[in-house]
Design a protein. Structure first.
Length: 151
């Protein structure tokens, strides 16, 4: 707070010099952002990290990994690399991996690469695979038949 100058007197240091800190880059191993059970968020959430929703989200969510806890509710679209649902989702889900637990109530159309629905889970909607399965090209076994036009 105080600094000595060459003359021996003390002067106040500028507080803005101490406040300028850069935020550290987010590490993939850090804990997820958690919306507590008593929290209601109205609006969209977007992060490159992980989110755990134990409260209610009235809006869309975009994250690397999204977990909806047993008491959690999402009324909106979800876009993530991995989605784990133990609570309620009303909207659409788009993810590489979607896991729906036995306590889940999902009313959504799902676009995914891998889907797991546990016994006892409620799911109402349409599920579509994002990446199509490769189909083998079928070579014709015989020559096409030529038809002659009547003269």
């Amino acid at each position: 707070m105080f600094a000595k100058n060459n003359s021996g007197s003390q002067t106040a240091k500028s507080s803005t010099q101490d406040v300028t800190r850069k935020s550290a880059p987010r590490n993939a191993a850090t804990a997820p952002s958690i919306l507590g059970h008593d929290l209601v968020v109205t609006g969209d959430i977007k992060t490159d990290g992980d989110i755990q929703i134990d409260g209610r989200l009235e809006g869309n969510a975009h994250a690397s990994r999204l977990t909806v806890g047993e008491q959690g509710v999402v009324n909106g679209n979800v876009d993530a690399d991995a989605v784990h649902v133990r609570g309620k989702v009303n909207g659409n889900i788009q993810a590489s991996l979607v896991e729906i637990a036995e306590t889940a109530d999902v009313r959504a159309d799902i676009i995914q690469d891998q889907l797991t629905v546990a016994n006892g889970a409620f799911f109402e909607g349409k599920c579509t695979r994002r990446k199509k399965q490769p189909t083998a090209a079928v070579a014709p076994t015989s020559k096409p038949v030529e038809t002659k036009k009547p003269a």
